[in-house]
Design a protein around this ligand. Structure first.
Ligand code: SAM
Length: 288
C-alpha cells in the first residue's frame, strides 16, 4: 500500500495531477500516518463491515478502510478528485467512489442495497463547513448505523459531549447524546494536514445506542422544543417556546415546570436531556 499519509507521497500525487485545493470544499488532507492508524483502530472495522467514507480527498484514509473493511463507499463532491481516486485506489476492488454532495445522497438506500439494511460504519475526516448538517442528517434520517468515527473541529467535538452549564452546550450536544455515546479519541494539531487548517481538530467516535437513554413519545416534538430553547439562549425557556411556536400556553408550561421541580424563569440551556424528554412528553400529553 502506497501510504499517502507520508507528506512526500501526497505532494507527488498533487503535483502529478496539478491539483488545486478548493477552500469552499473544506479540503485539508491528512498527512500523518499515526493519526490515520488511530482513526482506523478506533473505528473497529472488520471484514464484515460496510464503511461509508465522506470526502475521501485523494484516498489517503480510503486505502486503510479498503484494507480493513468488506466494502467501502466513498462520496466525494469535487469532480477533480475522481481521476486521482481512480489511480490511488486502483489496487482495490472493494471500493465504490460516488461523485456527489453527501447531503444529497440517500444513505438509507445505500445501506439497504449494499448491506442488506444492516448497520454501517461511517468514517471521515469531515469538511468542517457542513459537520453539523452531516451528523444531524445521519441521525435524523435513521440510517442504520453502528458508529461514526470522524475528524471534526476541536470546538465541535467539545460541543458534542458537554452537558448543561457550559457555553458549548446546545442543540448539537443534545442530538448527539440522544442517539449516541460520544468518545474523544485524539486531539489533532493543524500540522497533521495539508494545507493546515486555522483551528485545532479532534477525532471523536459516536457509538450509536440501540435504545436512546431517555424515553420520548414524540422525538420530532422534543427536537423542536430543543431548537426553540437554544434559538434564543439569553431568553427564558417560556419565551423561547412561545416564539418557537411550541403548542403550550404560559399557564400550562408553568404547571409542567412546577411538576418537574423547575422555576418558570429557567433557561433552556439549564435543562438536561432527561428534562427535555420529560418536558416534551408532558407537552405531548396536554389535552387541548
Ligand atoms: N479524507 C481526506 C483526507 O483525510 O485526507 C480528505 C478530507 S477533507 C477535510 C474533506 C473532503 O470532503 C474533501 O475531499 C472535500 O472535497 C470533500 N467534501 C466537501 N464537501 C463535500 C460534500 N458536500 N460531499 C462530499 N464530499 C465533500
Amino acid at each position: 500500500m502506497a501510504t499517502l499519509g507520508i507528506p512526500a507521497n501526497t505532494i507527488a500525487v498533487l503535483q502529478k495531477y496539478d491539483f488545486n485545493f478548493q477552500k469552499k470544499f473544506g479540503q485539508n488532507f491528512l498527512i500523518d500516518t499515526s493519526v490515520l492508524d488511530r482513526i482506523i483502530a478506533a473505528s473497529e472495522i472488520t471484514k464484515e463491515d460496510m464503511v461509508l467514507e465522506i470526502g475521501p480527498g485523494i484516498g489517503t484514509m480510503t486505502q486503510y478502510l479498503c484494507e480493513a473493511a468488506r466494502e467501502v463507499v466513498a462520496v466525494e463532491i469535487d469532480k477533480n478528485l475522481i481521476p486521482i481516486l481512480e489511480d490511488t485506489l486502483s489496487a482495490y476492488d472493494n471500493v465504490t467512489v460516488i461523485n456527489q454532495d453527501i447531503l444529497k445522497v440517500d444513505i438509507n438506500k445505500l445501506a439497504e442495497e449494499r448491506n442488506g439494511g444492516r448497520p454501517i460504519k461511517v468514517v471521515a475526516n469531515l469538511p468542517y463547513y457542513i459537520t453539523t448538517p452531516i451528523i444531524m442528517g445521519l441521525f435524523e434520517s435513521h440510517v442504520p448505523l453502528d458508529s461514526i468515527t470522524i475528524m471534526v473541529q476541536k470546538e465541535v467535538a467539545d460541543r458534542m459531549q458537554v452537558g448543561p452549564g457550559t457555553k458549548d452546550y446546545g442543540a448539537l450536544s443534545l442530538a448527539v447524546q440522544y442517539y449516541a455515546k460520544p468518545e474523544i479519541i485524539a486531539n489533532v494539531p493543524p500540522n497533521c494536514f495539508m494545507p493546515r487548517p486555522k483551528v485545532g481538530s479532534a477525532v471523536i467516535k459516536l457509538n450509536r445506542y440501540e435504545q436512546p437513554p431517555v424515553q420520548v413519545e414524540d422525538e420530532a416534538l422534543m427536537f423542536r422544543i430543543i431548537r426553540a430553547s437554544f434559538n434564543q439562549r439569553r431568553k427564558t425557556l417560556a419565551n423561547g417556546l412561545k416564539n418557537g411556536g411550541i403548542p403550550v400556553t404560559k399557564e400550562e408550561l408553568v404547571e409542567i415546570l412546577g411538576k418537574m421541580g423547575l422555576t418558570e424563569n429557567i433557561r433552556g440551556e439549564a435543562l438536561t436531556l432527561e428534562q427535555f424528554a420529560d418536558l416534551a412528553n408532558n407537552i405531548k400529553n396536554l389535552k387541548h
